[in-house]
Design a protein around this ligand. Structure first.
Ligand code: NAD
Length: 476
C-alpha cells in the first residue's frame, strides 16, 4: 500500500500517526495511508522553508519558470492517471477529475510565464537628483491550507504563484485527499524545486494547521467559513497576511423570459454536478412566477435521470458524497428543510450500488423562504431549494439577502436585467446564462461578504498577495 509521507526540507519523512485514504465510491478500497506530521515536524518544515528562502527568492527567474513548466508538463502527461487517483479518493467522476488535473497543469503553465512578467516602475522624485523605484519582494514563507473538493486545482492556484514570485511554501492538504497532494509534491520535488522551498505536511487542521499558523509569514486558505474565521483571527493576532476563500450560498435567478433549456441546464449542472460539492454550486434557485412551475417540473424530471454511481464507472454523471461526515450533514439538512416546511419535490435517498459507497440522490425543495436554514447555511451536497419571486426586483433582493457573496447567476434574455444584475449582485463572480460554477483559470477568483477575506486569487491578480511592494529612493 502506498504510504504518503511528508516532504520536509527535501526529505520524505514519516509522521507520528497514520490515517487510511478511503475511496468514497467503495469504502472497502483503501487507496493508501497518510502519515500525519507532528507539530514539531511542521515547525521543522517552516524552518527548512525559511532557510531555503534567500537563495530561491534571489535566484533567477529562468530557474523558477523552468521548474513550473516542468511541473505543468508532467501534470499534463499524467492527467489520466492522476485524474483516476483524484476520482478514487475524492469521488468526483473520472472526466471531472481529469479536467481538474488539466486545469492544475494550465495554472502552473500560466505562472511559469508570469515569472517572466514581473514589472517594476521608475518615477521621477518630486525632489531634485532623486529617482524613485517601485519593485516587488516575495512575502517569505507561505502556509497553504486547502480543502478536499478540488484537491489539485486549489493547491495549484496557491502553490504556483507562491513559488513563481520567490516564496517558500509549507502545504497542508485536506486529510481526505492526501494521495493527490502527495503526487503533486512528488512532481514538484522531482521537477527540481530546491530542498526546503516546498514542503508537504499531512494532518488534522487542529494540529498541523495550527502549527503552520504559528510560524509562517502569510497564510492562504480555502475551506469552510468556520475554519476560515479561525484562521483569519489567528493570522490577525500575529499580524501576518491572510487570504481566505470560504463557502457560498449561491443564487441562480431564473426570469420568465429566460431561454428555458439553458435555465434548466444551468440549474441541474450548477446545483448537482460534482455532487453539489462546489463552493460555487447554485443552492438557491430564485424563480419568477411565470416560469416557476414549468421550471420545477423540468428540473425534477432531469434529476430523476442523473446516473449516480462509482466515480470511475463509465457512464457515471455524479459520484458519491466525499465521506460519512459530509453525508450525515447532507441528510441532516434534508431533515431540517422538511421540518421547516419546505416541500421536497425530489427527496434525496441513500442509494445502493455494486460497491459500498456514500451514494445520495439529489434533493430539490420548493415552497421555501429565503429565511429558512436550508437557504441561509451552506449544505455542500446535492441539495438545492427553489424560492419563488414576483419579479426581477424581488429576485435580486432575495439573491443579495445572504451572509455569503461568492457566485451569483441569472438566466434571462433581457439585456436590461442582465446588466442591472451584473452591476448590483453582491458577489465576487456573476454569471449570465451560465451555471454559477465553472470558471477560467487565468482571471481573478474570489467572493465578497462572508465568502472571502483578503485579496483575489488567480490570474495576474495573484501577485498582490504573494508579493510586497517596495518603494526605493535613490540619490543619483
Ligand atoms: P474545512 O474548513 O473543514 O477544511 C479546510 C482545510 O482547513 C483542511 O485542510 C483542514 O484540515 C484545515 N483546517 C481545519 N481546521 C483547522 C484549524 N483549526 N487550523 C488550520 N487549518 C484547519 O473545509 P472542507 O470541508 O475541507 O472544504 C469544504 C469547504 O470549503 C466548503 O465550505 C466550501 O465552500 C469551501 N470551499 C471554498 C472554495 C472557495 O474558493 N471559496 C473552494 C472550495 C471549497
Amino acid at each position: 500500500m502506498t504510504e504518503y509521507k511528508n516532504l520536509i526540507g527535501g526529505e520524505w519523512v514519516a509522521g507520528t500517526s497514520s490515517v487510511d485514504n478511503i475511496n468514497p465510491s467503495d469504502t472497502g478500497d483503501i487507496i493508501g495511508r497518510a502519515t500525519h506530521a507532528s507539530a514539531q515536524q511542521v515547525a521543522d518544515a517552516v524552518s527548512a522553508a525559511r532557510q531555503a528562502l534567500p537563495k530561491w527568492s534571489t535566484g533567477t527567474a529562468q530557474l523558477r519558470s523552468d521548474i513550473l513548466s516542468t511541473v505543468a508538463n508532467e501534470l499534463l502527461a499524467r492527467k489520466e492517471e492522476l485524474g483516476e487517483l483524484l476520482a478514487r479518493e475524492e469521488g468526483k467522476t473520472r472526466a471531472e477529475a481529469i479536467g481538474e488535473v488539466g486545469r492544475a497543469a494550465n495554472i502552473f503553465r500560466f505562472f511559469a510565464s508570469e515569472v517572466l512578467r514581473m514589472r517594476g516602475e521608475k518615477l521621477a522624485s518630486v525632489r531634485p537628483g532623486i529617482d524613485v523605484e517601485i519593485t516587488r519582494d516575495p512575502v517569505g514563507v507561505i502556509g497553504v491550507i486547502t480543502p478536499w473538493n478540488f484537491p489539485i486545482a486549489i493547491p495549484a492556484w496557491k502553490i504556483a504563484p507562491a513559488l513563481a514570485f520567490g516564496n517558500a511554501v509549507v502545504f497542508k492538504p485536506s486529510e481526505l485527499t492526501p494521495g493527490t497532494a502527495w503526487a503533486l509534491a512528488d512532481i514538484l520535488h522531482r521537477a527540481g524545486v530546491p530542498a526546503g522551498v516546498f514542503n508537504l505536511v499531512h494532518g488534522a487542521g487542529a494540529v498541523v494547521g495550527d502549527a503552520i499558523l504559528s510560524g509562517v509569514d502569510a497564510i492562504t486558505f480555502t475551506g469552510s467559513v468556520k475554519t476560515g474565521r479561525h484562521i483569519v483571527q489567528r493570522a490577525n493576532e500575529r499580524m501576518i497576511r491572510v487570504q481566505a476563500e470560504m463557502g457560498g450560498k449561491n443564487p441562480l435567478i431564473v426570469l420568465d423570459d429566460a431561454d428555458f433549456d439553458i435555465a434548466v441546464n444551468c440549474a441541474v449542472d450548477g446545483s448537482f454536478f460534482q455532487t453539489g460539492q462546489r463552493c460555487t454550486a447554485s443552492s438557491r434557485l430564485i424563480v419568477t412566477e411565470g416560469i416557476h412551475d414549468r421550471f420545477v417540473a423540468a428540473v425534477a424530471e432531469r434529476l430523476g435521470k442523473i446516473v449516480i454511481d462509482h466515480a470511475l464507472k463509465a457512464g457515471t454523471q455524479v459520484g458519491p458524497v466525499v465521506d460519512q461526515r459530509q453525508l450525515d450533514q447532507d441528510l441532516r439538512y434534508i431533515d431540517i428543510g422538511i421540518s421547516e416546511g419546505a416541500r421536497a419535490v425530489v427527496k434525496g435517498e441513500l442509494l445502493r450500488r455494486d460497491t459500498p459507497g456514500h451514494y445520495l440522490s439529489p434533493t430539490l425543495f420548493t415552497d421555501t423562504s429565503n429565511q429558512m436554514r436550508i437557504n441561509r447555511e451552506e449544505v455542500f451536497g446535492p441539495v438545492a431549494a427553489v424560492i419563488r419571486a414576483k419579479n426581477y426586483e424581488e429576485a435580486l433582493s432575495i439573491a443579495n439577502d445572504t451572509p455569503f457573496g461568492l457566485s451569483a447567476g441569472i438566466c434571462t434574455t433581457s439585456q436590461k436585467h442582465a446588466r442591472h444584475f451584473q452591476a448590483n449582485a453582491e458577489a465576487g463572480l456573476t454569471m449570465l446564462n451560465l451555471a454559477t460554477a465553472g470558471l477560467d483559470y487565468h482571471v481573478p477568483f474570489g467572493g465578497r461578504k462572508g465568502s472571502s477575506y483578503g485579496p483575489r486569487e488567480q490570474g495576474t491578480y495573484a501577485i498582490e498577495f504573494y508579493t510586497i511592494v517596495k518603494t526605493s529612493y535613490l540619490s543619483v
